[in-house]
Design a protein around this ligand. Structure first.
Ligand SMILES: [Cu+2]
Length: 440
């Protein structure tokens, strides 16, 4: 049962867990380097662009945006009017009848699909402002860890070309800051409400004193505009948890009032770096309301790639703050599922490549990155991931690169997205040059 994950051991992994999904120029270069050395996974998608039209798929299910303008030719598309009237936002109405198969020329899809992958490869995620999940350092009041948080109206974009939306954020980000504490810590979290509406904050998954449960009209009065509320408790429940609005929640959580609250085991030997040798500890919060289908507040191509070195072991903490189940599917290598809702699975741990995560659930998975390449990693409800204009929403990639490549990318100066794209083109990236690389 430990076929994919190293046996628990005190490895040479660093003491501190890496807190965020790697982003920035290193990630961009890493993806491109991996994209250059492999034709597999995500990049393979773009190979379709080079295929003769007759070999391409004849129709696609398309909940998304209208196709790009067509060159005048032949009979009009049977689906053109339906597509043109579709909302730019992904449909979330699963009960509606499926649209008719599209007769759009395949090249329309191919051009749009390539364009969106180019944006991902160009480092769109790193270009976005207001990245969430940033670690929040407490201040100490005696032996109590104090976290100061604000509840703010914000402007947010799920990708660089999306319309700016009126969203909400803790400390002005969606997701809010990542809060890590240790089992047994005394925690005080002070929330100042900067919105013009009331709210209440619930620590989801924690065992709490009832008065600290954060449900307005059940355990407290709503926090008024301009007001504050202090939540104080001892962190008893180990593992991956969340904090979110528990008031007008469809709207407030849907617009971004969500964040990760992680309780590390008191015994360092039980933490994932020691237990599995994990060197990256990644929070992955999904949402599916305002802004459509998002991972950590972004939709593809603005989602952050995960960049790992061959042989590295990473942990992903899936958290679902949305209203639907999402089956997360990884290409290239499996996931070992080790905890649910913070509770270790022990001998019930299992291995899979597709993991359904229901609303409110948290699942922790360990991935041994033992296959080089750029591997697509996406929700497998296809309406949440790919439409007539290519991939969108709940899609990212796990990029596994050689150690030498990782070292080389570190030594390079930061480059703009355009420079990265130019370098990739020069290197023969399939995404830009439409060449299938020869792999011996
Ligand atoms: Cu989904």
């Amino acid at each position: 049962m430990t076929d994919t994950i190293p046996s628990p051991s005190a490895s040479s992994a660093p003491e501190a867990l890496e807190a965020t999904i790697p982003a920035g120029p290193l990630s961009r270069r890493g993806f491109l380097r991996a994209a250059t050395i492999t034709g597999a996974g995500l990049v393979a998608t773009t190979v379709v662009a080079c295929a003769p039209p007759a070999a391409a798929q004849g129709w696609t299910y398309a909940p998304g945006t209208p196709p790009p303008p067509k060159a005048p030719s032949g009979a009009p598309s049977a689906s053109a009017s339906a597509s043109a009237s579709a909302s730019a936002a992904p449909s979330m109405d699963h009960a509606s009848p499926s649209p008719a198969p599209s007769a759009s020329p395949p090249m329309d899809h191919d051009a749009a699909a390539l364009a969106v992958v180019e944006r991902f490869l160009g480092g769109e995620s790193a270009s976005m402002e207001g990245t969430g999940n940033q670690p929040l350092e407490p201040r100490l009041d005696g032996d109590t860890k104090v976290f100061d948080l604000t509840v703010d109206p914000i402007k947010h974009k799920v990708d660089a070309q999306a319309k700016e939306i009126d969203a909400l954020g803790f400390n002005s980000t969606w997701p809010g800051p990542r809060i890590d504490v240790v089992e047994g810590d005394k925690v005080r979290a002070i929330f100042k409400n900067n919105m013009d509406e009331t709210t209440g904050i619930h620590f989801h998954g924690q065992r709490l004193p009832n008065a600290m449960d954060g449900v307005p009209h059940i355990t407290q009065d709503p926090i008024p505009p301009g007001g504050s509320f202090t939540y104080e408790f001892t962190a008893r429940s180990v593992g991956s948890h969340m904090y979110h609005s528990h008031h007008n929640a469809t709207d407030q959580v849907g617009r971004g009032l969500l964040g990760a609250f992680i309780v590390q085991p008191k015994d360092p030997a039980e933490r994932y770096d020691k237990l599995y040798g994990a060197t990256q500890d990644i929070v992955w919060i999904s949402n599916d309301a305002l802004g459509g289908f998002t991972i950590n507040g972004r939709g593809f191509p603005a989602t952050a790639p995960i960049v790992a070195t061959l042989g590295e072991t990473i942990v992903i903490r899936f958290m679902n703050e949305g209203n639907m189940m999402h089956p997360w599917h990884i290409h290239g290598m499996p996931m070992r599922v080790v905890a649910r809702d913070g509770h270790p699975l022990g001998t019930a741990a299992f291995t899979c490549d597709t993991l359904g995560v229901n609303p409110g659930e948290r699942w922790d998975v360990v991935i041994k990155c033992d296959e080089l390449g750029a591997w697509a990693f996406h929700c497998h409800i296809l309406q949440h991931a790919e439409g007539q204009n290519g991939m969108f929403g709940m899609v990212t990639a796990l990029v596994v690169q050689e150690a030498a490549a990782a070292a080389a990318s570190v030594s390079r100066a930061p480059a703009s997205g355009a420079a990265v794209a130019a370098a990739a083109r020069a290197a023969g990236s399939t995404a830009f040059a439409c060449k299938v690389p020869q792999i011996s």
